[in-house]
Design a protein around this ligand. Structure first.
Ligand SMILES: Cc1cc2nc3c(=O)[nH]c(=O)nc-3n(C[C@H](O)[C@H](O)[C@H](O)COP(=O)(O)OP(=O)(O)OC[C@H]3O[C@@H](n4cnc5c(N)ncnc54)[C@H](O)[C@@H]3O)c2cc1C
Length: 369
């Protein structure tokens, strides 16, 4: 059966990117549908598994990083409008080789917050419903330009949906839906241990993070990898009534996501690496449940945001290196570029371009530069 969308915009993906973009479009009065596939057994979405860390300082000397450092302001504003989304002020403690950030974090409360992803995952569906966003549960298998205008989404169950404008916010699955996306968009497998109780070291509202995430370096080297590489970053963050411990990252050469790595082997690697880190040695033995998620990233660190030039009406919003900081500040700009008219849309497009995003001419990005 073919359904005709009454929406102005259909978003594929209901993680933090799709969810916050839908809310930003609703603020402009657009009619929005979000389509999200339930995660297969044993897997989560990146958004549900994230540490949700929000450093209040730029992580790089770029205009986008400076803007993203203010993400907490936007989360607070969203919570003011929609109720609790999991944003919390949080004390940061940094471990890792006598870094200046580590020394500073031991002395001063650094400007830091986090989004509790257990709260976000529970609250986002009712918040979207209350904002009049239509949410459909279903796996989109393919996209085709509609013969008259817009796009046609084909679902796994055989049904289809028509979309005047379509945004891919499907994280690591965007490429399966539109293989011609630039090669800088890549994917990895992440895994964390979920602890039922927070071991609260050194306090319940404290995130314990490495001074440098090895994951970021590995993502930068992704295009040159000749064989799969994995590493473990040590971290402990509160989540719900428990905590997330450690972060295992597997990056494979090439552009295909591939199957998740065997969970028993990933858990062994994760626990062994944590046991080798003095601060986490005791934690590495705690009972916990392993969760895995596919993650999209861009090898140059700049997310893939904007229209796909070769496919009118198709947009992409993915590949974030720090989605919980970048998405809330970019979603309102993308919503204006997509859903507003005239001068407001032009202003948003210019602003996105100033931030180094592929706008309005993505031909360079489409060649993978
Ligand atoms: C362990 C870990 C720790 C992290 N820590 C941080 C951190 O501290 N701070 C930070 O800012 N970022 C962090 N990140 C990164 C952050 O989680 C991601 O940048 C962000 O969640 C990406 O969100 P997204 O909505 O783009 O993608 P996703 O969360 O992957 O959402 C994509 C959604 O699309 C749906 N989907 C996919 N394919 C289809 C389809 N064909 N049809 C329908 N639906 C589909 C999926 O089911 C999913 O719900 C972390 C990630 C991980 C894994």
């Amino acid at each position: 059966m073919t359904a005709s969308a009454t929406a102005d915009v259909v978003i594929v993906g209901g993680g933090v990117a799709g969810g916050l973009l839908a809310l930003a479009l609703r603020e402009l009065g657009a009619v929005v549908t979000v389509v999200d596939a339930p995660a297969p057994a044993g897997l989560s979405s990146a958004s549900a598994l994230s540490y949700g860390a929000l450093p209040g300082w730029p992580l790089a000397p770029t205009p986008l990083a400076r803007l993203a450092a203010g993400a907490s302001r936007r989360w607070r504003l969203l919570q003011g409008r929609h109720g609790d989304l999991g944003w919390r002020p949080c004390r940061l403690r940094v471990h890792g080789g006598g870094s200046s950030l580590g020394a500073l974090s031991a002395r001063l409360p650094l400007p830091f917050a986090r989004v509790d992803t257990a709260v976000l995952a529970a609250r986002l569906p009712p918040v979207l419903a209350a904002a009049d966003v239509s949410c459909l549960a279903g796996q989109v298998d393919s996209l085709e330009p509609h013969p008259s205008s817009g796009w046609q989404l084909q679902f796994r169950d055989g049904t289809s949906l028509q979309a005047p404008q379509l945004v891919l916010a499907a994280g690591a699955h965007c490429r399966q839906l539109w293989p011609a996306l630039p090669p800088r968009l890549r994917s990895s497998w992440a895994a964390v241990l979920e602890l039922a109780c927070n071991p609260a070291l050194p306090g319940p509202a404290v995130a314990w993070l490495p001074a440098r995430f090895g994951r970021v370096e590995l993502e930068r080297r992704a295009a040159g990898l000749g064989q799969p590489e994995w590493l473990v970053d040590g971290g402990l963050v509160p989540r719900g009534t428990g905590a997330l411990l450690g972060q295992h990252t597997l990056v494979r050469p090439g552009l295909e996501l591939g199957a998740p790595p065997p969970p028993a082997e990933v858990e062994r690697q994760l626990r062994r690496s944590l046991a080798d880190q003095a601060w986490a040695a005791a934690l590495a033995q705690l009972p916990g449940r392993l969760h895995q998620a596919p993650v999209a990233f861009c090898s140059g660190g700049v997310p893939l945001v904007g229209p796909v030039v070769a496919a009118p009406g198709l947009w992409v919003f993915t590949g974030f290196s720090a989605g919980f900081s970048q998405v809330p500040v970019l979603a309102p700009l993308v919503a204006q570029a997509l859903g507003a008219a005239g001068a407001r849309a032009d202003w948003a497009r210019r602003r996105l371009q100033q931030l180094g995003l592929g706008w309005p001419d993505q031909r360079g990005a489409d060649r993978g530069t």
